[in-house]
Design a binder for this molecule. Structure first.
Ligand SMILES: [Zn+2]
Length: 153
């Protein structure tokens, strides 16, 4: 059984409520893919991934709500994926920025790095979101030119 920490859960909820005041999160689909991809990488089952996809894309729950539900769930506490869920909770708290949280999942490797605050990730996300659709397309083309078509934007 993994260790649920009530104080950590409370911290997540209090922070999340102040960060995500709107009804739905504004993360572009590619960032949702990063969250799902992380759960997939750490061994979530097909059913668990389906649930997360539904919660984040159809129901459009707030990010902290989804993390909070998973973190406080007895079902997940008995699963190996719980360690990864806790890393996501730690990361959300450390970043204290929804976009910065999501960007971190693309730019860092939670398998070898502990969740931590990263200003660069927050800055990159904000810059990305401030681009016009045309600028975003140009930025994407440039990335593909540099890295090949392996980066999802
Ligand atoms: Zn970073």
């Amino acid at each position: 059984m993994n260790q649920y920490n009530a104080a950590k859960h409370k911290k997540l909820i209090v922070l999340g409520k102040s960060l995500e005041k709107g009804v739905t999160h504004k993360l572009p689909e590619s960032f949702i893919h990063s969250i799902i991809g992380t759960l997939d990488f750490f061994g979530a089952s097909a059913g668990e991934l389906q649930q997360a996809i539904f919660d984040l894309t159809v129901a459009k729950y707030k990010i902290f709500d989804v993390l909070g539900m998973m973190y406080s769930s007895e079902y997940y506490q008995a699963k190996p994926i719980y360690a990864a869920i806790e890393k996501l909770v730690d990361l959300y708290i450390a970043q204290a920025h929804v976009g910065g949280f999501a960007w971190f999942l693309r730019g860092h490797d939670l398998d070898i790095e502990e969740p931590h605050h990263c200003d660069d990730c927050i800055k990159s996300y904000d810059e990305f979101m401030s681009l016009t659709p045309e600028q975003r397309a140009a930025a994407k083309a440039k990335l593909i030119e540099t890295f090949g078509d392996v980066i999802e934007i």
